[in-house]
Write a protein that binds this ligand. Structure first.
Ligand SMILES: Cc1cc2nc3c(=O)[nH]c(=O)nc-3n(C[C@H](O)[C@H](O)[C@H](O)COP(=O)(O)OP(=O)(O)OC[C@H]3O[C@@H](n4cnc5c(N)ncnc54)[C@H](O)[C@@H]3O)c2cc1C
Ligand code: SF4
Length: 282
């Protein structure tokens, strides 16, 4: 089984801008790419998962650095980023749109580009597709149960959530840090995630996630010529610093292990659902 999909190169990287690093989830690659895009004119509008009250997420078209920074960080809940793509083009008049999403959202946008039913005049306005690694996601009420019932923190008080080292982490604005073992979060997962066969956003121009790189850094797969050109420009402009992925720990071996474990587990679920007559996407 192919763990990562096609890619041109993989690196470990982080944003050069300290303000981005402070607000970002990992190496701030998504925010740095977006801000660089707007400031250099390579992009004129970007899709973000904005932070809402109660640490919910809402899709939004952003056109400023401030909006991008406000939306930095991972929300472990569904955010329909694709739903505002038409608005970016038709209401905001954007000609060069940056998109970010989980692997399933990246698949959806590639499908919309290839078969643009209902997406007239949109495909040629999509300038950059960024994908974030994703093992699983939670419906909002699932995340709320994890945060409030298991960790004892109110959703309104959450400033950051993270998954790492086998735990779900919740940070409150009062300085509390609570964790629960990841295995205890499984009942709250979105069940469609159990037939998902993509961990590293294989159809993105640039994919990024935390796994494989040290804390505060991100792992990046550059997958398309467009993604490579964009990343090279970011490096030349000093927007991000990069390291050879083979020179960092734990490196691609861990990404491979996790990607294969997701694919193998979910392939079994796909087969099981087929056997009992349920529809599956593959
Ligand atoms: C549900 C989920 C599961 C994940 N699982 C893993 C994993 O198993 N392993 C791993 O290495 N990484 C995982 N990630 C990715 C990781 O948490 C970071 O999002 C990624 O490393 C980017 O960090 P950054 O510092 O570059 O981005 P930042 O600069 O912090 O920007 C993050 C961007 O992601 C967008 N975003 C935030 N939440 C969502 C969302 N729910 N849906 C769509 N867009 C969103 C924001 O708008 C923001 O622009 C997951 C992310 C999500 C949303
Ligand atoms: S696990 Fe797959 S289906 Fe679920 S949110 Fe992540 S990419 Fe989407």
């Amino acid at each position: 089984m192919d763990p990562f999909g096609k890619y041109i190169k993989a690196v470990s990287a982080r944003a050069a801008d300290k303000e981005i690093l402070k607000k970002a989830q990992d190496g701030g690659i998504v925010s740095a790419a977006y801000i660089y895009g707007l400031e250099s004119g390579l992009l004129d509008g970007v899709i973000i998962a904005d932070k809402e009250d109660g640490f919910a997420a809402a899709p939004k078209v952003a056109t400023t650095r401030e909006e991008i920074l406000n939306a930095a960080g991972t929300k472990y809940t569904v955010c329909s980023n694709l739903s505002v793509i038409k608005s970016a083009v038709r209401e905001y008049g954007c000609e060069k749109v940056g998109f970010v999403g989980t692997p399933c959202q990246v698949q959806s946008i590639r499908k919309a580009i290839k078969y643009p039913v209902g997406y007239r005049h949109v495909p040629d306005k999509i300038a950059l597709i960024m994908g974030i690694f994703c093992m699983e996601n939670f419906p909002y009420n699932g995340m709320k149960a994890i945060v409030e019932e298991h960790c004892g923190i109110k959703m309104d008080d959450v400033v950051k959530t993270d998954i790492g080292k086998g735990k779900f982490w919740v940070y409150s604005k009062w300085g509390d840090v609570k964790t629960i073992p990841l295995k205890d979060t499984h009942p709250y997962e979105q069940i469609s995630c159990h037939v998902c066969m993509d961990y590293t956003a294989e159809l993105a121009d640039i994919s990024t996630g935390s796994v494989g790189s040290p804390d505060g850094w991100s792992t990046i797969f550059v997958r398309t010529a467009k993604g490579e050109e964009y990343l090279n420009k970011m490096v030349e402009a000093g927007a991000i610093e990069t390291k050879d992925i083979d020179a960092v720990k734990p490196g691609l071996d861990l990404v491979q292990k996790l990607a294969l474990s997701k694919k193998e587990k979910n392939a079994k679920e796909v087969e099981h659902r087929k056997e009992i007559g349920l529809p599956v996407p593959y």
